[in-house]
Write a protein that binds this ligand. Structure first.
Ligand code: PLP
Length: 399
C-alpha cells in the first residue's frame, strides 16, 4: 500500500521504504510454511468446509450469460452501471428504496465507496472530524488520512470481555460537533465481530440526529450475519432518522467476487435537489480517481439481481455461507467457556484474547496463522481443522 510521507524525496530513488501490510506479510509467511496441515485464519475471504473460496454457482451462470449476451464494452460513465445501483436499492435500503433523497453509484468495491464517501465529506466540509471506534478495519485510518480529514478515535471493544464499550462510544458521539462524521460498521464488525444490538443502534441513531453528526455506514458483509434484512436494520433506522447519511457498500463478499471489485456508494441529504448536487461532486471525484468502475463483476451481479430465478439461487448460496460462518462459530464457542463470546458475534472475524507472544507461539507450534492482534477468520479453516484449532487455542489460553 502506498502511504504518504513527510520525507522530502526529490526523486523516486529517494523514497523511504513503506511498512509492509502486516496481513499480506502473514499470507506470505503461511504460504512459505511447509507443514501440510497449516491453518490460515489470517486471510479475509470466506472459505467453505473443504477450505476453498469457490465462485458461486449462480455467479458462474451469470458470467456465462454475460459473455454470451454482452455486445459492447464501450464506456459507461462515472456512475458505472446505473441499473446495478437501482437493483441494489431494495436489498440495501429496504423500506427506503423509493426515497428520492437517496442516490447511489457503482464503485470499485467497498474500498472505493469509502474513499468516495470521505472525498465527498472533505469536499463539503474539510473541517469535519471522523469519529472512529477502535479497533477498526485497518484500511479505514489511511483512507481518512488520504482525504485530509482529522480522525478522532474512541475505544469500541473490550477484548478480554468480548464486549462493546458502549459507554465510551456514547460519550464519543456526544462529544461530536455538528458536521462531524460517525463511521459505523453496518454489520459483522471487522475485526471484532461485535455488532451493536437494536437498542444500541437506536441510541447511536438518536445521538447522530441530536448532535448533527453524519453517519457513514460501512456495510461490507450484508447477509453474512443474520440475514440481508436483519443485517441492514441498523442502517435503515439511521436512514429513517437522519437527513444526511453516507453508505459505503460492498458486494465483494456476499457475491464472492473479491477481486472483481464490486460495490456502491449511496448518499442521502435532506432533499432530492441537494442529493443531485452532491452526486455531481461524487461523479467528479470518481472521474478524477478511476474515471469509471470496473464493469465485469457488477454486470454479472446485475444479471443475478434482475432475474428472479438467479436471485433466488443467490439467496440460497448466500444463506449457505452464512450458515457455515454461524455453525463454525458455535463449534468454537462450545469448546471452552472462555470462547463462548464467539458464538454471540457475527460475520467472519472475531478477536481472541491472546497476547502477541501467544499468537506467535500458535504459529510456531501449531502452524496456525492469525493477525498479531488475535483477529482470526472463523471460516478461514476447513471443517476438518476446527477441532485442532480450538484445542490449540485452549492450550494457549491455559498457558
Ligand atoms: C469493514 C470493511 N469495509 C470495507 C471493506 C472493503 O471491501 P472491498 O473488498 O469490497 O473493497 C472491507 C474488506 O475487507 C471491510 O472489512
Amino acid at each position: 500500500m502506498l502511504t504518504r510521507t513527510d520525507a522530502k524525496a526529490r526523486s523516486l530513488a529517494d523514497l523511504p521504504p513503506v511498512q509492509s501490510d502486516s496481513l499480506l506479510a502473514l499470507i506470505a509467511l503461511c504460504e512459505a510454511d511447509p507443514r501440510p496441515d497449516k491453518i490460515d485464519v489470517g486471510v479475509g475471504v470466506f472459505r467453505d468446509g473443504a477450505g476453498n473460496t469457490p465462485i458461486l454457482k449462480v455467479m458462474k451462470e451469470a458470467e456465462r450469460r454475460l459473455v454470451d449476451t454482452q455486445v459492447t464494452k464501450a464506456y459507461l460513465g462515472s456512475a458505472g452501471d446505473k441499473k446495478f445501483a437501482e437493483l441494489l436499492r431494495p436489498i440495501l435500503l429496504g423500506e427506503h428504496a423509493a426515497d428520492d433523497r437517496i442516490a447511489g453509484v457503482q464503485t470499485p468495491g467497498g474500498c472505493g465507496a469509502l474513499r468516495l464517501g470521505f472525498e465527498l465529506i472533505a469536499t463539503s466540509n474539510p473541517q469535519a472530524r471522523v469519529l472512529v471506534g477502535t479497533p477498526t478495519w485497518p484500511n479505514h485510518p489511511p483512507i481518512i488520512a488520504a482525504v485530509g480529514l482529522e480522525r478522532v478515535d474512541y475505544p469500541y471493544y473490550e477484548r478480554g470481555q468480548g464486549a462493546i464499550r458502549f459507554e465510551d462510544m456514547r460519550n464519543a458521539l456526544r462529544d461530536g460537533q455538528p458536521g462531524d462524521v460517525a463511521l459505523l460498521h453496518g454489520c459483522c464488525h471487522n475485526p471484532t465481530g461485535a455488532d451493536l444490538d437494536a437498542a444500541q443502534w437506536a441510541e447511536v441513531t438518536d445521538l447522530c440526529r441530536e448532535r448533527g453528526l453524519i453517519p457513514l455506514v460501512d456495510i461490507a458483509y450484508q447477509g453474512f450475519g443474520r440475514g440481508l434484512d436483519e443485517d441492514a436494520a441498523g442502517l435503515r433506522g439511521i436512514l429513517a432518522a437522519c437527513d444526511e447519511v453516507i453508505i459505503a457498500q460492498s458486494c465483494d463478499k456476499n457475491f464472492s467476487v473479491y477481486r472483481d471489485r464490486v460495490g456502491s456508494l449511496f448518499v442521502k441529504t435532506g432533499s432530492s435537489e441537494a442529493t443531485a448536487r452532491a452526486m455531481g461532486h461524487v461523479f467528479q471525484r470518481a472521474r478524477e480517481m478511476w474515471s469509471m468502475p470496473p464493469d465485469h463483476g457488477a454486470a454479472a451481479a446485475h444479471i443475478i439481481l434482475e432475474d428472479p430465478e438467479l436471485h433466488a439461487r443467490w439467496l440460497i448460496e448466500l444463506a449457505a455461507m452464512r450458515d457455515r460462518i454461524n455453525s463454525v462459530r458455535q463449534r468454537i464457542a462450545a469448546a471452552d467457556p472462555r470462547l463462548a463470546f464467539i458464538g454471540r458475534q457475527f460475520g467472519m472475524f472475531s478477536m481472541l484474547p491472546l497476547s502477541k507472544d501467544q499468537v506467535l507461539k500458535l504459529r510456531e507450534d501449531h502452524a496456525i496463522y492469525m493477525a498479531e492482534s488475535g483477529r482470526f477468520n472463523v471460516v478461514g479453516m476447513s471443517d476438518g481443522q476446527i477441532d485442532r484449532f480450538t484445542a490449540a487455542v485452549v492450550e494457549a489460553l491455559d498457558a
